[in-house]
Design a protein around this ligand. Structure first.
Ligand SMILES: Nc1nc2c(c(=O)[nH]1)N[C@H]1C(S)=C(S)[C@@H](COP(=O)(O)OP(=O)(O)OC[C@H]3O[C@@H](n4cnc5c(=O)[nH]c(N)nc54)[C@H](O)[C@@H]3O)O[C@H]1N2
Ligand SMILES: Nc1nc2c(c(=O)[nH]1)N[C@H]1C(S)=C(S)[C@@H](COP(=O)(O)OP(=O)(O)OC[C@H]3O[C@@H](n4cnc5c(=O)[nH]c(N)nc54)[C@H](O)[C@@H]3O)O[C@H]1N2
Ligand code: SF4
Ligand SMILES: [Mo]
Length: 755
């Protein structure tokens, strides 16, 4: 078992003294206790507040238990595993149990606080539903336990046989790149000779990052805290929580900033907002075109910035001339005078303003026009000259590990081919996992490893994806729980939870960039689970490519850190380390990450890919009948995607508050004779099911909003199974042309009262 590197903080035979130290910490301003979470962070939002309050029951019990028996409290600096933000925190462990987590002040995402999910999800370590042993599907289609040696040797035999019959290009990896995973998984693929590495990007950010790349070369961070005005288009800081962003919007609100939420739904960020602009889902592109047209028509753009930095302005200007505010009103439902006022307010606030880059909802991946919407937004911000200006939109610095000694850490030979499917998506900034499903369906892909990914439940239509993966010769899932994806596996390999493993350093881009570390917090709870580095090293050895993995994860971490002047021991002791010499400085025009360092209002690549050179109006593709509503979704502050719903501390909040209900506008409800609390039947050609409904003025008519975490189809997830409906079940399979996004809101449903 790996050594647990923790510092002894307190040793006493007196129960009281343990209690004293906790009380002291709790009273310090920096400590995050249940109450300070409620008062100071996203907890101010009712939902998150409820979450925090109820979710800590189990937590406080563990805490209380430890008071009576504890002899030792140790701490470790680590990273949360509740979501991909990986916030830094200090873990407090007493008699082998996690008793407290305090957000690190120095970590740019936590800034001293964790969110409700961060606390609740930590209970995954102790979940009764965890995978404890490797599983193999038997001839009857049932999973049975096998030992690691047998699992690894059978999997490697299949890998070798696929390579000899079809080549390494028939193998693929789909993963959520967490610190160690993003090193070990892709390295394993490269060592085998495959370029086929995919992430959840297609179901999250792929269209957005690809669209931004065309215009300004990459993504930005809005300087919300210092802004005079920020527009949030399909992004809710108080629902899709990252603690630092909640702190930023709170600060902006306190400063009197104009904070506008563009959303078909009045989301929880309402608490900080000046205005809610309800919009017809999928039509945000029309709003942005209308606002851009207003800026040009009134000469209210930054002509100096445009003259010095922009390519294609005149062609773009001609192309957007038809998109008046009146035209946009017809398409997106936002009144023309409101569009004009938003544009004028942004111009007045410039350069201390921006459209926030958002994450997933409106233009991350969910519509056939998401990539083009992202392009239009990057263009709009450019018109206002906001780049790298205080209160504007910033390209923040990061630090990267340098090259390592090739004697000790030899890189596998580079693979010259592109990832399978990428050539068909000329605008995509990375490969789309949906290509893997297509490859499995056609037989081009024969073996897939899923690491920390529940693709079947979350990337697109689960029935369709499951059918694709059932055709594989080899499907291996590495997870902590049985998942919808694991239901289609030949082998399921159990990883220990994020609290029970050490991971590689994480380099975080921020105004002062940092490096942080997920240290091991708990001893391994189930002896037959293993961390990611060991699993891929075992697989590599068995597949004959072990020479690329002949080191421990600690050796690798130390070597990576030494390239930036740090050591593993030093980082373990300090937690997060910042690089003040690389800190961001306001005011200099960035060198944009495009091929020529310019901002591109028109794009040859887009023109070649079948889109107009300038981002002009492109409609979403799905269209409902007169009695149908567009199905849209969104996050709740207490859950993370699909992975958290089986955690009792979090799911109990859902059950107590009926959070699995879908939202329906009062107008659409009245037209269907539906009242708040009724059970409704939701159906389309893909799926159907019943669920309770929340009737509200907080949703624009024409759509139904489904929280995105529910509808678990895995009986082994005893707390989550069959609670609520899954949005993805209603989505027809589709890939956004050129960009590769999953088009997960290109779906309409009927909503009818039951009984
Ligand atoms: N609590 C929680 N926080 C998370 C996560 C999580 O799972 N749970 N996941 C993290 C990750 S990986 C991501 S990608 C982010 C996602 O962060 P967001 O993109 O903010 O997530 P969503 O809640 O899906 O969407 C935000 C809002 O967009 C609205 N919306 C839906 N369709 C449209 C549309 O067509 N137009 C407009 N203008 N608005 C629309 C929804 O009603 C919702 O209120 O959250 C991160 N933080
Ligand atoms: N239905 C639905 N679909 C969605 C979303 C949603 O909220 N709901 N969100 C969308 C977005 S924004 C994104 S980013 C993607 C996210 O998609 P994914 O990255 O696939 O996230 P999850 O669906 O939560 O699935 C994560 C899987 O990893 C497992 N896991 C958790 N911890 C560990 C670990 O330590 N080790 C290993 N090996 N496995 C672990 C979980 O048990 C789960 O099966 O999904 C997208 N699709
Ligand atoms: S945002 Fe919340 S769940 Fe995500 S890493 Fe940070 S504390 Fe954990
Ligand atoms: Mo995401």
């Amino acid at each position: 078992m790996r050594r647990m590197n923790v510092r002894v903080l307190w040793r006493s035979d007196e129960d009281d003294e343990i209690f004293t130290i906790e009380r002291k910490t709790a009273m310090s301003e920096k400590a995050l206790t249940r109450r300070s979470f409620l008062a100071g962070s996203a907890g101010a939002v009712a939902l998150a507040g409820a979450a925090g309050f109820m979710g800590f029951g189990a937590w406080e019990q563990a805490h209380a238990d430890s008071r009576s028996t504890a002899k030792t409290v140790t701490t470790a600096h680590s990273l949360c595993g509740g979501c991909s933000s990986k916030c830094g925190y200090t873990a407090y462990v007493s008699d082998g149990k996690l008793i407290k987590q305090l957000g690190d002040e120095g970590h740019p995402y936590s800034r001293g606080k964790l969110c409700a999910r961060g606390y609740g999800y930590a209970n995954i370590a102790y979940s009764e539903d965890r995978l404890t042993d490797p599983l193999k599907r038997n001839a009857q289609g049932k999973f049975e336990k096998i030992d690691w040696d047998t699992a690894i040797s059978e999997i490697s035999d299949k890998v070798k046989s696929i390579i000899s019959s079809s080549g390494a290009k028939a193998l693929a990896l789909v993963h959520d790149p967490r610190p160690s995973g993003k090193y070990y998984g892709p390295r394993f693929m490269q060592a085998l000779g495959s370029a086929n590495v995919y992430t959840h990007g297609a179901a999250c950010y792929l269209s957005r990052t690809s669209g931004f790349k065309q215009v300004v070369g990459g993504g930005w961070t809005s300087d919300v805290a210092h802004s005079k005005m920020t527009m949030f288009i399909g992004r809710s800081y108080a629902d899709g929580v990252r603690p630092s962003q909640v702190a930023d919007i709170e600060a902006a609100h306190a400063n009197g900033a104009d904070l506008v939420i563009v959303d078909p739904r009045l989301n929880s960020t309402a608490l900080f907002a000046t205005e809610w602009v309800p919009i017809k889902p999928g039509t945000d592109l029309a709003l942005v075109l209308g606002m851009s047209n207003e800026l040009v028509r009134n000469g209210r753009y930054d002509a100096d910035f445009v003259a010095a930095n922009v390519e294609g302005f005149e062609d773009w200007k001609k192309a957007i001339a038809p998109y008046t505010a009146e035209w946009a009103e017809d398409v997106c439902g936002v009144p023309a005078d409101k569009i004009a006022s938003l544009a004028a307010r942004m111009a007045a606030a410039a350069p201390a303003c921006s459209i926030e880059p958002s994450w997933r909802a409106a233009f991350g991946c969910q519509y056939a026009n998401s990539g083009e919407t992202a392009r239009a937004i990057a263009v709009f911000n450019s018109l206002l000259g906001v780049w790298n200006q205080e209160g504007g939109a910033l390209f923040l610095p990061s630090v990267k590990a340098g090259a390592l000694d090739q004697g000790k850490f030899p890189n596998p030979p580079a693979v010259s081919e592109k990832a399978y499917g990428l050539s068909d998506l000329p605008l995509a900034s990375e490969s789309s996992a949906l290509s893997v499903a297509e490859g499995a369906r056609t037989g081009d892909i024969k073996g897939v490893f899923f690491y920390n990914s529940n693709m079947v439940a979350g990337y697109q239509n689960p029935t369709y994806l499951g059918e694709c993966f059932d055709k594989l010769d080899l499907c291996v899932v590495i997870d902590v729980l049985m998942s919808e994806t694991a239901q289609h596996a030949d082998y399921v390999l159990p990883e220990c939870s994020y609290l029970e493993r050490f991971e590689l350093p994480e380099f975080v881009s921020a105004s002062t960039p940092v490096v942080s570390l997920r240290d091991q917090v708990l001893d391994v709870i189930h002896p037959n689970t293993k961390p990611v580095d060991e699993i891929f090293t075992l697989l590599a050895n068995a597949c004959g490519v072990g020479k690329y993995f002949d080191f421990t994860v600690e050796e690798l971490a130390d070597a990576q850190l030494r390239t930036v002047g740090l050591t593993l021991d030093g980082l373990r002791a300090s937690g997060t380390q910042s690089f003040p010499e690389k800190a961001f400085v306001y005011g200099t025009t960035p060198k944009f990450g495009t091929s020529d360092g310019k901002v591109h209002f028109t794009s040859d690549a887009c023109a070649k890919a079948g889109y107009p050179a300038a981002p002009i109006w492109t409609a979403p593709v799905a269209d409902g009948g007169s009695d149908e509503l567009r199905l849209i979704g969104g996050k709740q502050a207490i859950h993370c995607h699909n992975q958290s719903v089986d955690v009792a501390a979090l799911m109990n909040i859902t059950k107590d508050y009926g959070l699995e209900r879908v939202w329906l506008s009062s107008e659409d409800a009245a037209a269907r004779g539906i009242s708040d609390g009724d059970t409704v039947h939701i159906s389309n050609a893909q799926s159907d099911g019943t669920v309770k409904v929340h009737v509200t003025e907080r949703l624009a008519p024409g759509c139904v909003w489904m929280p995105s975490h529910y509808g678990c189809a895995v009986p082994e997830q005893k707390n989550a199974y069959k609670v609520g409906l899954r949005q993805m079940d209603f989505v027809p399979f589709r890939i956004e042309p050129g960009y590769g996004g999953a088009c997960t809101q290109e779906a309409f449903v009927k909503v009818e009262k039951v009984g």
